[in-house]
Ligand binder design. Structure first.
Ligand code: ADP
Length: 546
């Protein structure tokens, strides 16, 4: 027997309709590439998204066609989120920090037909346009009078002139909710990037789940600053969630340094921010020495890489800002787990609570998780035994775009996505990432967590950033060393830092050496790039092998 409720497809257009109807005057504030602050509203975002949809219709672009963006977080990019997907095309967000050959590779793989870019990426587009024969319309996300006259890019139009030709009187098409809505490629640190193709259904459900109190806990009373880029995993779905809950949205554009972010937060009354640890490290380095205060910021979700406990402590103890540690990946839309306490944990001593906060958290409804051993069998949830982390759910990838399905099938016939992460899960269901499987250090038959080693180093007051890598060793297989960048004006010796580990780790887990560098190389999404670091370490010898 079928249920008798309205079978309305979950479509991205319904989110912008909701935001415009019920929160039409709520602001969307952007720092533009030009440097100024631009203010608009959800109602105006809907109007202009519809104009964009009409412009795509006028090009004769069919449903399912890919429309690419190379852009910072800003209102025009937001209009693309709704205008492109809402009209049935697929928004392909491109990471501008990729090498230009990789950008060309993914444009060709996706067969993008339109490509819209912020003017700061003009040199990148000039480098790739000849390599991208599928693109028939290049659009600069700028005013008509800012369009570069001699860009060399054939048929380049300004976004403003392009959409101004249309009146916004447009009805969003209705279609199957499983239709593709957006496409994001993994950064491809090994081999070619792979495309995660999200659907209207997966994006809508993910946005619902992200808003829940035990996820990001967002509401119409929030002012949200996604520092996490809209070119990577849809800025963790925040552009959708913000519309679903009718929150004010603040988009930081290209200015991601600590000072600019702090000033924007204060000026706009930001209550909630989201980003990777390296971004928050920069923010803390700006506010701590000057003893600045956050007057409105209440919570921040930190994920994409392990959040060091020292950072959680700094935000909570020094600034009264709650940290939500979260885990996810491009293939999981990205939200999989968020660390929020259960009722019984609220009364625990602070030290115990801190241990929990360092974990990546509990699965949110919609995501099933398990850890398995090398034989594929479930590992116990005791907080100690680790295994490969597997996930499944309606916003978890089934198959790569034009690629293979990475899923493994269990005895019940259910497909699970191997995450490539090694984790423990405790009896309360709190998952903790030990490492990416390729970063795990194997020493004398035991595994050492590089994240533990990094977290401890980051707890030293002189350390700005720390990365742990395993170096080959004839007797032990591998031994860990820690590569450290110190804070400006601060110093610590090798011996002091090694002594800092004593009592915090078993003796055999303590790194063999400390290597000091000016800066830890960061990848395209602001995460530490261990592959690059290994290049820096070519020729390095462990102390007992010298
Ligand atoms: P890429 O880094 O390849 O672009 P993603 O952005 O999808 O890919 O990164 C996903 C990976 O980032 C996860 O598999 C995990 O290794 C790591 N990650 C994400 N969040 C966390 C976290 N809170 N703690 C530790 N690692 C994390």
């Amino acid at each position: 027997m079928q249920g008798l409720m309205q079978n309305q497809p979950l479509l991205i257009s319904s989110m912008i309709e909701f935001a415009a109807h019920y929160h039409g005057t709520t602001e969307v504030v952007s720092r533009r590439v030009e440097g100024d602050i631009h203010r608009t509203t959800w109602a105006a975002v809907r109007q202009r998204s519809k104009q964009l949809a009409q412009a795509l219709d006028a090009l004769g672009l069919p449903q399912g066609a890919r429309v690419a963006s190379i852009a910072w977080n800003g209102y025009r990019h937001l209009e693309m989120y709704y205008g492109v997907s809402g009209s049935g095309r697929v928004l392909h967000t491109i990471n501008p920090r990729l090498h230009f050959e990789q950008v060309a590779w993914i444009v060709n793989h996706a067969e993008d037909e339109v490509l819209c870019f912020d003017l700061s990426f003009l040199p990148l587009v000039q480098a790739v346009y000849r390599l991208c024969p599928t693109v028939k319309q290049w659009v600069a996300l700028c005013d008509a009078d800012k369009l570069p006259a001699d860009s060399g890019i054939p048929g380049l139009v300004s976004y403003e002139a392009w959409i101004a030709a249309h009146d916004g009187r447009y009805h969003w098409p209705q279609f199957d909710e499983n239709t593709a809505s957006s496409l994001c490629y993994t950064s491809g640190t090994t081999g070619h990037p792979k495309g995660a193709l999200y659907s209207h259904r997966s994006s809508t459900l993910h946005a619902y789940a992200a808003a829940l109190p035990d996820s990001m806990g967002l509401s119409a009373r929030d002012v949200i600053l996604p520092v996490v880029p809209m070119f990577h995993v849809n800025a963790w779905g925040i552009p959708y969630t913000a519309a679903q809950v009718g929150a004010k949205l603040v988009l930081p554009g290209p200015a991601l340094d600590g000072k600019s972010l702090y000033e924007l937060m204060e000026a706009e009354g930001v209550t909630f921010a989201a980003g990777v640890p390296t971004i928050w490290q920069m923010l803390l380095s700006h506010v701590q020495p000057q003893q600045l205060r956050f007057s409105s910021l209440k919570r921040t979700v930190i994920g994409g890489a392990a959040c060091p406990p020292a950072m959680i402590a700094a935000f909570e103890d020094d600034f009264g800002v709650q940290v939500l540690h979260a885990w996810g990946m491009t293939e999981t839309s990205p939200l999989g787990a968020v660390c929020t306490f259960k009722a019984g944990q609220m009364a625990l001593p602070k030290e115990e609570q801190r241990k929990i906060s360092a974990k990546q958290g509990r699965a949110i409804y919609g995501v099933e998780m398990k850890i398995v051993g090398g034989d594929g069998r479930d590992q116990p949830w005791d907080g100690k035994t680790y295994g490969d982390l597997l996930v499944r759910g309606p916003w978890i990838l089934q198959q790569y775009y034009k690629g293979e399905s990475p899923l493994v099938v269990d005895e019940a016939g259910l497909g699970w996505l191997p995450t490539g992460d090694v984790a423990t899960i405790d009896a309360d269901g709190f998952m903790q990432i030990t490492d990416r499987s390729k970063d795990v250090i194997k020493s004398g038959g035991e595994w050492i967590s590089s994240i533990d080693i990094e977290n401890i180093a980051m707890g030293h007051p002189a350390v700005a950033m720390a990365a742990c890598v395993g170096m080959a060793h004839p007797k032990w297989d591998e031994r860990p060393i820690v590569v450290v960048a110190t804070k400006p004006g601060a110093s610590v010796t090798r011996e002091e830092l090694l002594a800092f580990y004593e009592g915090k780790l078993a003796k055999w887990q303590i790194p063999d050496d400390v290597v000091f560098v000016d800066a830890i190389p960061l990848g395209a999404t602001g995460k530490m790039l261990k592959t690059k670091l290994r290049e820096v370490l070519v020729g390095y010898q462990l102390p007992d092998l010298r």
